[in-house]
Design a protein. Structure first.
Length: 216
């Protein structure tokens, strides 16, 4: 009987966690304008600062991977966070939560969006929202830059990527592929250099131990 109660409580707690995950992402999706990047401050406040499910570095990594993979970045990040915390079902509930508000609102507005958007007050409201979204995106860019730009080479690559995308209209997936290749090559170079630096230290340690063994 006790085992049944524990199992029942576990299922209830687990179900509560799934619904908490769903409604948390639904709230983020409902009150955030501007897409996936604009959601980052709310996600950081909710999942990094408040719930402490992930670290700030994890969130930045999820956004980087979410931007690099097909699909909507907000949905990708929600799936990563949900799966990280509660496995496959967590990813499903998080994904459903993030898309639910937009799906409902779009279905309600789909029939009259063209006529509604023609009203001057609605246009003024949309302009105000656009300004707020621009401010949010700027804060996200600054946050990304502080966490990811470590040296002058990072700055140089960022500027080159910006010029290629903004002026030369290079597709973003090409920039991402180039960044992946450069990152892999740089990591291999750093590991090789660290290995080469460690070998002399190991050799000196071995040489120092040999005379002591001979004396014994």
């Amino acid at each position: 009987m006790e085992g049944f109660v524990l199992k029942s409580n576990y299922k209830e707690n687990r179900l509560f966690q799934f619904f908490d995950l769903f409604f948390t992402f639904a709230r983020i999706g409902l009150f955030t304008f501007g897409g996936g990047l604009a959601m980052m401050p709310m996600m950081q406040k909710e999942f990094v600062d408040k719930k402490q499910w992930i670290t700030e570095e994890d969130l930045i990594d999820y956004y980087a991977v979410g931007q690099s993979t097909p699909g909507i970045i907000a949905v990708n990040v929600a799936t990563f966070v949900g799966h990280r915390q509660f496995g496959i079902f967590g990813g499903i509930f998080a994904t459903l939560g993030i898309i639910f508000p937009s799906l409902v609102i779009i279905m309600l507005l789909a029939g009259g969006i063209n006529s509604i958007s023609e009203y001057p007050k609605v246009q003024a409201a949309l302009k105000g929202i656009n300004v707020a979204v621009a401010a949010l995106l700027t804060s996200v860019i600054v946050k990304f830059a502080k966490k990811t730009i470590k040296n002058v080479w990072n700055v140089l690559f960022m500027l080159i990527a910006f010029v290629c995308i903004f002026w030369f209209k290079v597709p973003s997936f090409i920039i991402i592929l180039v960044a992946i290749v450069i990152g892999c090559l740089n990591t291999a170079r750093v590991l090789k250099r660290e290995k080469a630096a460690a070998e002399p230290a190991v050799s000196e340690s071995t040489a120092a131990e040999t005379p002591q063994e001979e004396q014994k």
